[in-house]
Each structure stands twice: as C-alpha cells, then as structure tokens.
Design a binder for this molecule. Structure first.
Ligand SMILES: [Zn+2]
Length: 412
C-alpha cells in the first residue's frame, strides 16, 4: 500500500513536470541567449558539521570508541596524547561534576582533537543512551553533564497471556515495572492461560528514532482469573504519585508480597515439613523463595534494622522492625547490604542483602520470616494493612482523571 502510494506520487510528479515543460515550451518568450563565457567554478565547501554533544566540531577530528574492561579515563586520555600530570589535574578538577572512576566498560566514549594538535581538546563519556559528560581538557578545564533530546511516545499494548507475562510482553523492563506495581495483588507465578493485560505507557526515544527504554506506566488493566485489576498512575495536586485501583485504593500495601522482585516460593510456612538438611520433620516458620545467588533482597516494608548478623542456622540474616506489631526477618544471605546496620531506617523495597545459602540451607534462597506481636506467623494467612488510599479531597479529581484511560483499556 505504501509502495503503491509512493509510485503514484512519482508518476504524478513526472506528469506535472511534463505539463510544466509543455507550458514553458509553448511560451513565446525567446530562450535566453547562450552565454559562452566560462564562469568561475564554485569552490565546493563542505556543509558545516552538525554540533556533536553541543560542541562545534568543524575543526575537530572525532574518535569514537567503546570503554573496554581495564580502561580508565587516564588510560584513554593518555593513549590520546594527554600527559599523565595533566590527566591527574583534570580528574581532580572535574570530580564534583564527573567522577572519572565511574567510567564503565561497555559504554561509549569520544575524543575530539584539533586538526594540528597533539593532544585532545574534549573527552565525552556516554553514561547512558540519554546522558553524557563533556570534559574540556584544554585551557579552561571543566566538565558538564549533557542530555540528548528525548521524545516520549505513548504506547498502548494488549496481550493475552499464553505462558508468562514476560513472554507475552517481550519487554523485560515493562514486565519488571508491572510486577512491581502488582506485587501485592497478583502472584506472577500463578498467572493462568487466558489472563490478559492492557497497558498504556510511555516509550522514550532519542532524536525521535533511537529507542531508549520504557518511561512512565500510565494505566493498566490486568485480567486475572476473570477479574479486572486496574492500576492508574495518578499524581495528586500535592505532587504525590501512586498507583491506585479504580476505587482509589493504593495498589501498594504496607508490606510487599515477596522480599524479591522475581521469586518462586520453594517452601511455604508449615507446622510440619521434612527438613532438607537436618533430614527430620519439623515446623518451617518461614516462606522460602528460591533465587539465584546475589539476587537483591528487599525490605518488605518501611522500618528500622533490629538485628543484622550471623548464626549457624540462619547464616547471614537481617531482621527489620516495622512497628510495635510487625517485624520481618531474612535468612541465608550471601552478603548483608551496608545499609543493614542496627538502628538504620529502611524504606519498603530497599535492598537489605543478597540471596545466598549461608547457614542451614541446601541452595540459594531467602527464608522470609514474618513476626506479629513477637510470634512467627504465615503472612499469606493474614489480612495485612493497606497503604493509604487517595486522599478524600482529591477523590473527585481522581475519578474524573481515570475515565479516559479506563475507556481506552476497556476497548480491548
Ligand atoms: Zn526457610
């Protein structure tokens, strides 16, 4: 269809030229006299190069490269001809804006050099597709952070789940964000065939063409076991953003459903199970989540670190006190995060340690223990407190706001 249109356009164009020619030729005006004089040939001036990273690069030679493992600012600048003493001074001078030790292998860099110069004038480091640092290496040494022009395009996707959410959406970041939004509402390991999802979200592009990732998720409709679970991203007039359902209830709970972003329950809370290490029947007062070693463990609610240490049974563990009623405990960590020091405050979702198999454990997992009034309980059997719903004074504005996205989500 597109190709046909283009062809039609070209044909129409030709036709127009012929018509114009016929008119011109029919014109009675004499043709201009033929001028035999040789005119000066016009010098071919290359068009000015478009600025790069905000720099005028007409007189500069550009070298592009990728930071390899073992590369540093010093090494790259040194190889480009900058003396070691200068490198040291520059790094120190720009540290507040750009810490050159943060250069990572795999990222792009650019060196710009004057045509007759032995040493480079600028070093540019691309921190991400969107952000970069420009370091002026000569005369006045400085560094500044730049951001490429980004455009945001709203996208609407719909899919019926056949095996998993990630396979249906085929977008890792989007899947991650959605599993975060629905962390308490939907068990992603119990998604069934025929569940469906509709999402309205933003995609970020650089210079209108280069895909740079998922932006804000605006509205979601998750059909799960025949029920609709809506999520509307709403910023209230006081500037607070949150995901709410269609009645204005927060999708967040006081507690996350699991202490890992992606997790599989390998053993549930039970008064009787065969202990895999001790080889005897005993109560299991926790929920085990199997995950690869090193997976971040998240505090499931806001709180204060009550204990962080090691015992032969628990291995490395952290206990968080949330209020006078609830505490949670996380066992078998490979490593305790530095924030997990007794007395430190943590927020829901903060990384407090990493999955391991220290203590009495057969494989990498986190044993999640839930304490209520000093007794260990099964959080899945509890009605746990909700996070705050939309404030009453914003309820009307919220209900008006969700009308349009809701209609669009229901369109599927
Ligand atoms: Zn356990």
């Amino acid at each position: 269809m597109k190709r046909k249109n283009i062809l039609t356009l070209i044909l129409a164009g030709f036709f127009l030229i012929i018509v114009v020619l016929v008119i011109v030729l029919k014109d009675n005006n004499p043709l201009p006299e033929y001028n035999d004089e040789v005119t000066d040939s016009v010098a071919v001036v290359p068009p000015p190069k478009a600025p790069l990273y905000g720099l005028e690069i007409d007189t500069l030679i550009v070298f592009n490269g990728e930071v390899k493992s073992g590369d540093s600012f010093g090494k790259l600048a040194g190889e480009a001809g900058l003396p070691t003493s200068a490198i040291y001074n520059i790094a120190a001078k720009i540290e507040a804006v750009f810490d050159v030790r943060k250069i990572k292998a795999g990222n792009r860099f650019t060196l710009l050099k004057g045509e007759n110069s032995q040493t480079p004038s600028f070093f540019v480091y691309e921190e991400s597709l969107l952000e970069y640092y420009v370091v002026s290496l000569k005369d006045s040494v400085y560094a500044l952070k730049g951001e490429r022009l980004k455009t945001i395009k709203e996208k609407h996707v719909y899919g019926v789940i056949s095996s998993s959410l990630s396979q249906t959406l085929n977008n890792h970041t989007l899947t991650n964000k959605l599993s975060g939004i629905y962390a308490w509402t939907i068990d992603f390991f119990r998604i069934q065939k025929g569940d469906s999802i509709a999402v309205i979200y933003d995609e970020i592009f650089i210079d209108d063409s280069i895909y740079a990732g998922v932006g804000e998720i605006k509205a979601v409709r998750f059909k799960h076991y025949g029920n609709d679970y809506y999520a509307f991203n709403y910023t209230d007039p006081s500037g607070e953003s949150e995901f709410y359902d269609e009645t204005g209830k927060s999708l967040r709970k006081a507690f996350l459903k699991a202490p890992l972003e992606y997790s599989r329950i390998s053993s549930r809370f039970t008064m009787r199970r065969f202990h895999p290490v001790q080889k005897r029947w005993k109560a299991h007062l926790g929920t085990d989540y199997a995950a690869p070693r090193g997976t971040p463990i998240l505090s499931t609610a806001d709180g204060v670190i009550e204990k962080a240490g090691y015992t032969s049974g628990n291995g490395n563990y952290v206990k968080v006190r949330h209020n006078s009623v609830y505490s949670t405990q996380y066992l078998h960590m490979s490593r305790i995060a530095s924030v997990s020091k007794k007395g430190n405050r943590v927020r829901q979702g903060d990384v407090i340690g990493y999955v391991g198999s220290t203590g009495l454990a057969t494989g990498p997992h986190v044993c999640y223990r839930f304490w209520k009034n000093g007794k260990q309980i099964d959080p899945f059997g509890e009605k746990l407190p909700d996070a705050n719903p939309i404030k009453e004074e914003y309820k009307e504005a919220f209900m008006a706001y969700i009308k349009d996205p809701m209609a669009r989500l229901n369109d599927e």
